[in-house]
Design a protein around this ligand. Structure first.
Ligand code: NAD
Length: 422
């Protein structure tokens, strides 16, 4: 089937559905199961009243969407941002269903969000907002129902408040209610690094598959937050020369290779921003995408590779650290150019995999060291990479459509076995 370009290529839910449709068609998915998986199981919108520090009351809007909980509890982060909207949360929830199925962890897909600008809230306003949001979605969440985690602008501190609020209502400490917690609250070793480390592992496998020698490769990494900074470090450990890295203001570029020790130290001391670093030349985020490199790691935000710039991408391998960095219309262009794309639902699944490890450790009350966590993570990422490539080879499709096919088939199989309760 020749994909027809989608009208609004930057709508994340349409982008998700477009790939899902292609996968469903290749699988010959039963039309009834298609209808079930196309839409979320459940979604709620909550109005969250918060007493502000000046004594006034403000009402925020929040969402929690469960796309599918057929394979296990819903899993997915909570995003605090002004741009949060229901279509975005729906798309992110569905991506979580597919991501958990690709790495075969026993979770479904969910996502949450609150429309707010956390930079404009004091610490105590943020705490009251988090606690009231948690209380208002309490009927939906639970260690066996739906397990939130951090996402954009939320962090271990916020997870601690969510865990405490839920626990106060249950009258006992409930550690597996959220993941991404601080270590003393049952957080897992290796969780913070897991997504970036997973990007490194899938890059290693992709280069091997494409017959490229990591030590002779260059890379550009967009974003130097949690995912981008660790991904850049993991790529450096593979011997790849990092020639560019960026934050939301723009990037730095040195074709001879950046001094990553200096970059890391600067980010550490400068709130994760590159501003003020005397290293390489300044470039824009748009220029970074089009650099002459072997590996491109978009690890910042959505829709950065579109039909407008995909034709100018020079990288041979793209490893998607971010969720949804490539639009569906850009997929076709990259495929025609022969670019090997490790799709987001595989490349950045290291985070949810270690979230699963955190949930398991909380339930067992038995904690693993970092070496244990990382070796289990490596096994899952490598196996999943091989399963996706196996599917791509068997069906002559891109790794992205293969990853969707693998995921949709796994979720559909559970539906078939469970049957429809009437
Ligand atoms: P973060 O907030 O720690 O870092 C984001 C980085 O991107 C920062 O360097 C920021 O300056 C930069 N950035 C923001 N907007 C940008 C823009 N418009 N253009 C260029 N750069 C921009 O976030 P993160 O946790 O590193 O997440 C990055 C991406 O990875 C998101 O798409 C997120 O959904 C996805 N992701 C994160 C995890 C995780 O475990 N943190 C897991 C899976 C997927």
């Amino acid at each position: 089937m020749t994909p027809v370009p989608i009208q609004n290529e930057e709508n994340p839910f349409e982008a998700m559905l477009f790939r899902f449709d292609l996968a469903a068609e290749r699988l010959g998915l039963d039309p009834g199961l298609y209808q079930i998986l196309k839409v979320p199981d459940r979604e709620i919108t909550v109005s969250i009243p918060v007493q502000m520090d000046d004594g006034s009351l403000k009402v925020f809007t929040g969402y929690r969407v469960q796309h599918s909980i057929v394979r296990g509890p819903g899993k997915g982060g909570v995003r605090f941002a002004l741009s949060v909207n229901l279509d975005e949360v729906r798309a992110l929830a569905a991506w979580m269903t597919w991501k958990c199925a690709v790495v075969n962890v026993p979770f479904g897909g969910a996502k949450g969000g609150v429309v707010c600008d956390p930079a404009k809230l004091s610490m105590s306003e943020l705490e009251r907002l988090t606690r009231r949001y948690t209380a208002m979605i309490m009927d939906l969440i639970g260690p066996d129902r739906d397990v939130p985690a951090p996402d954009m602008n939320t962090n271990p501190r916020i997870m601690a408040w969510m865990m405490d609020t839920y626990s106060m209502h249950m009258r006992h400490a409930v550690f597996p209610i959220v993941t991404g917690k601080p270590l003393p609250l049952g957080g897992s070793h290796g969780r913070i690094q897991a997504t970036g480390y997973g990007v490194g592992l899938t890059t290693r496998e992709a280069l091997y598959r494409q017959g490229l020698d990591a030590k002779a490769c260059t890379a550009a990494v967009q974003g130097c937050g949690n995912v981008g900074s660790v991904a850049a470090e993991s790529l450096s450990h593979l011997g790849i020369k990092i020639v560019a890295i960026s934050d939301y203001q723009g990037g730095i570029y040195d074709p001879k290779g950046l001094d990553m020790t200096r970059v890391r130290a600067h980010l550490h001391n400068n709130h994760g921003l590159l501003e003020g670093l005397d290293e390489g030349e300044r470039i824009t985020n748009e220029e970074l995408i089009e650099l002459d490199v072997d590996v491109l790691v978009p690890a910042a935000t959505e829709n950065v590779i579109t039909s407008q710039n995909a034709g100018k991408v020079k990288a041979k391998v793209i490893v998607e650290g971010a969720n949804g960095p490539t639009t569906a219309n850009a997929d076709t262009i990259l495929e025609e150019k022969g670019v090997f794309v490790v799709p987001d639902i595989l490349a950045n699944a290291g985070g949810v995999t270690v979230s699963y490890f955190e949930w398991v450790q909380n339930r067992l009350g038995f904690y693993w060291d970092k070496r244990d966590v990382n070796s289990r993570l490596e096994k899952i990422m490598v196996t999943s990479f091989q399963e996706v490539c196996g599917m791509a080879d068997r069906h002559d499709v891109t790794p992205r459509i293969a990853a969707y096919m693998l995921a949709v088939e796994r979720v559909a199989e559970v539906h078939r076995l469970r049957g429809i309760y009437a």
